[in-house]
Design a protein. Structure first.
Length: 75
């Protein structure tokens, strides 16, 4: 089960930005993902082919399924 802070829509703070969870998930093989951080006890990944600045961050949702997070500009 996902962490409650993800289900509550709270952001990941990563590389001086806030990344908010999307309502959807994407399918990736675990081997296609690169671990980049741990935030509040949850592993954070990027797509191995992505380069900085990253387009999306991901957390593990299920086997070969990842919740994506998108960076928002200051409101």
């Amino acid at each position: 089960m996902e962490a409650s802070w993800i289900r509550d829509g709270e952001p990941i703070e990563f590389e001086n930005g806030r990344w908010y969870p999307a309502d959807g998930t994407e399918n990736f093989l675990d081997s296609e993902m690169l671990f980049v951080a741990e935030y509040r006890g949850v592993a954070v990944f990027v797509d191995k082919v992505d380069v900085r600045p990253y387009d999306r961050l991901y957390t593990k949702f299920d086997r070969n399924k990842f919740r994506f997070f998108e960076k928002r500009t200051a409101e």
